[in-house]
Design a protein around this ligand. Structure first.
Ligand SMILES: C[S@@+](CC[C@H](N)C(=O)[O-])C[C@H]1O[C@@H](n2cnc3c(N)ncnc32)[C@H](O)[C@@H]1O
Length: 257
C-alpha cells in the first residue's frame, strides 16, 4: 500500500486542519468496555500528528503513538504521558504482551490487515482490547443539497480517492488472528468549519496529495480552485455544519487466546 503521508505534503497543515472525530470514537469505546476501565499502556498505530494519540490519553495512563512517516511524527502534538516512535504497524519493536490496548484510528485501511492483526495480537495481553475506527466525510453540509452535488461531481471528479483497503474488520478475520469481535458501532459527527478550515482539510486529504504526487496538480492550483469553488457555499455564514460518518470495531484477545 502506498503511504501518501511520507513525502510531498504539508504536515503542519494536516496537523491543524484534520476534523477531530477521535474523542467521539474513544468515548463510544469507553462506554462499551465500561467507563471505569483505565488502561496502563496503550498503543496508537498510524498515529500521524497525534490527534488520535491524545484522545487515547483520556483512557490510558501512558500512550505510545507509532507511525511509519517520520515527517508526520515531527509534527505530532506533545502531550503528557504520550510518546511517539517511528515504526511500521505490521512489525514493531515492542515485547509480547506489553499493551492492554492497541488502537488504530483513521489508519487501518492503510495497513496490511493480516500482518497488523497478527502483530496486535502479539503485543496485547490476555483480555486486552483492539480498537479500530474510521470516519469519512459524507460529502454533505447539513441542509444544503447543492453542496453534495458539487462535492460528488466536481470535487471527486477532479480529485478521485486513491485506493486503500476498505475491507471492514469481520468476525471471521478477527478470529483467524486470535481475536473475538465483541462489538461495532456507527457514529455521526457534525463539525462547524470555515472556508479556511475546510479548504485546508481538503488539501490534507490523499485525494489531493495523490494528484500532486502524480504531477497532475499543484497544491497552489488546488488551493485556488477549492477556495473559488467553495466560497459561494459560505455566503452569509462564516461557518457551515459539515457531516462526518464513522464506524468503530471492538475486538478482544480472549483468555488463553
Ligand atoms: C489518515 S492518517 C491518520 C493519522 C492519525 N491516526 C489521525 O487520525 O490523525 C494515516 C497514518 O497512517 C500512517 N501509516 C500508513 N501506513 C502505515 C504503516 N504500515 N505503519 C505505520 N503507519 C502507517 C501514515 O503515515 C499516516 O500518518
Amino acid at each position: 500500500m502506498v503511504n501518501y503521508f511520507t513525502d510531498g505534503m504539508d504536515w503542519a497543515r494536516y496537523a491543524r486542519s484534520r476534523p477531530n472525530i477521535h474523542p467521539t470514537a474513544v468515548r463510544l469505546f469507553r462506554s462499551f468496555v465500561g467507563s471505569d476501565l483505565r488502561f496502563c499502556l496503550a498503543l496508537d498505530v498510524g498515529c500521524g500528528t497525534g490527534q488520535s494519540t491524545v484522545a487515547l490519553a483520556e483512557v490510558a495512563e501512558r500512550v505510545i503513538g507509532i507511525d511509519s512517516s517520520a515527517d508526520m511524527l515531527k509534527h505530532a502534538t506533545p502531550w503528557p504521558n504520550v510518546e511517539y516512535r517511528e515504526t511500521r504497524a505490521e512489525a514493531t519493536p515492542f515485547r509480547d504482551g506489553e499493551f492492554n490496548l492497541v488502537a488504530a484510528g483513521q489508519a487501518y485501511h492503510w495497513f496490511e490487515h493480516g500482518a497488523f492483526l497478527a502483530e496486535s495480537h502479539r503485543l496485547l495481553r490476555e483480555v486486552g482490547w483492539l480498537l479500530v475506527y474510521t470516519s469519512w466525510f459524507t460529502g454533505e453540509i447539513r441542509e444544503e443539497p447543492a453542496f453534495r452535488d458539487w462535492f460528488e461531481k466536481e470535487h471527486l471528479g477532479r480529485y478521485p480517492t486513491p485506493p486503500r483497503d476498505r475491507t471492514p474488520l469481520s468476525e471471521e478475520l478477527a478470529r483467524k488472528h486470535g481475536f473475538e469481535l465483541r462489538g461495532q458501532e456507527e457514529f455521526l459527527n457534525e463539525l462547524g468549519m470555515t472556508l479556511e478550515h475546510f479548504t485546508d482539510y481538503q488539501l490534507s486529504t490523499t485525494n489531493i496529495i495523490a494528484a500532486v504526487r502524480e504531477g497532475t496538480e499543484s497544491f497552489d492550483n488546488a488551493e485556488r480552485w477549492l477556495r473559488d469553488s467553495l466560497r459561494p457555499f459560505f455566503e452569509g455564514s462564516p461557518e457551515k455544519p459539515f457531516l462526518f460518518n464513522g464506524r468503530t470495531w471492538y475486538a478482544q484477545k480472549p483468555v488463553g487466546g
